[in-house]
Every structure is written in structure tokens, then in C-alpha cells.
Design a protein around this ligand. Structure first.
Ligand code: FE
Length: 146
């Protein structure tokens, strides 16, 4: 699909992620090598190494690629995994969930709904009230205090 002029890109229409459409050379400049590996190549940062797994400040976590608001400190919890963990996104519409059958596992991948950047995975062993555990890479996030 080719975009013309001011045409709006709707992920549901395209069927592939927006990061695939973005200029990869530009992203290489914008992101750190680790961020690029996680966000674009769907990698995973090593546990207990990221910037936010132990962050307890109040604020909002934005997409590192496009700035969309994804998670809030109020839903962050101690999962013991070494990755920032949340029991819900700020609003459900801001993330996309996809089946991921890589690495001989069946998991649910979580992407930024706005740009398609890879964020992490969601599991159903989280705390109340949702019972969900969004296991998110720090490298996919940018924290805004307040
Ligand atoms: Fe994004």
C-alpha cells in the first residue's frame, strides 16, 4: 500500500505495523541501539537492567517511538520479573494485542496501537482488578513525571 498526500494511515486498513512504514534510517538515529532492537526488531531487554522496572515515581509512560500515552504509574506493580509491569494500559485502545508463536511459546504480544512499536507481552497471571500482567520493556517507554 502506498500513501498519498494527506491520506491517513489506519493500522486496521494496512494490516501491518506502522513502524514498517516509517523510515528505518531515521529511527536508527532517533533510537538507541537497544531501543531499536526492542521496538523495531521485537527484542527483549535483559531483566533488572532497564530504566523503569524499579521506578516508583508518579507519572505516565509514553511510547519511546511516537510519544503515545501507554501506561500510568497507578497501575504499575511489583512483579519480581525485572521488567516494568502494569495491570492495565492507560486506555485499552492505545495498545494492540497480537498472538506471538515465536520461541516455541504461545504468547500475546503488545504493541503501541499508534505506531506499531513492540512493547512486550501480556499474561493472565496479574493482580486484581484485571488479573493481567503487561510485561513491558523499559526500552519501549519514555517516562513523563507528574
Ligand atoms: Fe508508538
Amino acid at each position: 500500500m502506498r500513501l498519498r498526500g494527506t491520506e491517513t494511515l489506519r493500522l486496521s486498513e494496512v494490516g501491518s505495523s506502522l513502524v514498517e512504514k516509517l523510515d528505518k534510517a531515521k529511527l536508527r538515529q532517533q533510537l538507541t541501539p537497544l531501543q531499536y532492537d526492542v521496538c523495531i526488531n521485537k527484542g527483549t531487554e535483559r531483566p533488572f537492567t532497564g530504566e523503569y522496572w524499579d521506578n516508583h515515581e508518579p507519572g505516565v509512560y509514553l511510547c519511546a517511538v511516537c510519544g503515545k500515552e501507554l501506561f500510568a504509574s497507578g497501575t504499575k506493580f511489583e512483579s519480581g520479573t525485572g521488567w516494568p509491569s502494569f495491570w492495565a494500559p492507560v486506555v485499552k485502545e492505545n495498545v494492540t494485542e497480537k498472538e506471538d508463536r515465536s520461541l516455541f511459546m504461545r504468547r500475546t504480544e503488545v504493541e503501541c496501537a499508534n505506531c506499531g512499536s513492540h512493547l512486550g507481552h501480556v499474561f493472565d497471571d496479574g493482580p486484581r482488578p484485571t488479573g493481567l500482567r503487561y510485561c513491558i520493556n523499559s526500552a519501549s517507554l519514555r517516562f513523563r513525571r507528574g
